[in-house]
Design a protein around this ligand. Structure first.
Ligand code: ZN
Length: 170
């Protein structure tokens, strides 16, 4: 089992990336102010912000560009960069508590970087699958579950991609 060093805790990530076709290449972000019509995230100074007050302030301005942000685009096209699978009897017994922890992490992450978030949660049988927009988000979820409940966690990262698969079992 390879456990990578925890990276990018709560820093605001650069919004361009070589390996992520959903993000603009370096130096080629949107010009001016844009708002995502999906999640109301506001783009300004080359960063995305998920902030209701900022949205209310900006949405009435003239010259706003309405767009679909990279995270909403990934969600729409169902192209996750991270997948976390949860399973085990402990999960079944403590599901609500565990999901609350995960939802809190999602809320916290979005506040720092709206593009780093949970896309979708699937449940089949006793298993829960969480799709995330970024590999690091999947890694983070694995890490907080392991910290809170121990169990077994496996991280599978593909070389040269940002895709990360995480499995947690207890
Ligand atoms: Zn959006």
């Amino acid at each position: 089992m390879k456990v990578p060093r925890e990276v990018g805790k709560h820093t605001r990530n650069k919004i361009h990336a070589e390996n992520d076709p959903y993000l603009p290449p370096k130096g080629k972000g949107l010009a001016g102010v844009a708002i995502c019509k999906g999640c109301t995230a506001v783009y300004q100074n080359k960063k995305w912000f998920l902030d209701v007050k900022l949205y209310e302030k900006k949405k009435t301005l003239k010259g706003i560009t309405w767009v679909t942000c990279p995270a909403c685009k990934k969600t729409k096209e169902n192209v996750p960069n991270g997948v976390v699978t949860l399973k085990g009897d402990f999960l079944k017994q403590h599901k609500q508590e565990i999901m609350n922890l995960i939802h809190n992490e999602d809320a916290r992450s979005k506040k720092y970087n709206p593009l780093k978030r949970i896309m979708k949660i699937n449940e089949t049988g006793g298993e829960i699958e969480i799709l995330t927009t970024e590999g690091r988000m999947a890694q983070r979820i694995g890490s907080i579950l392991f910290k809170a409940y121990s169990g077994e966690v496996v991280y599978k990262k593909h070389e040269n991609t940002k895709f990360m698969r995480v499995e947690w079992k207890r």
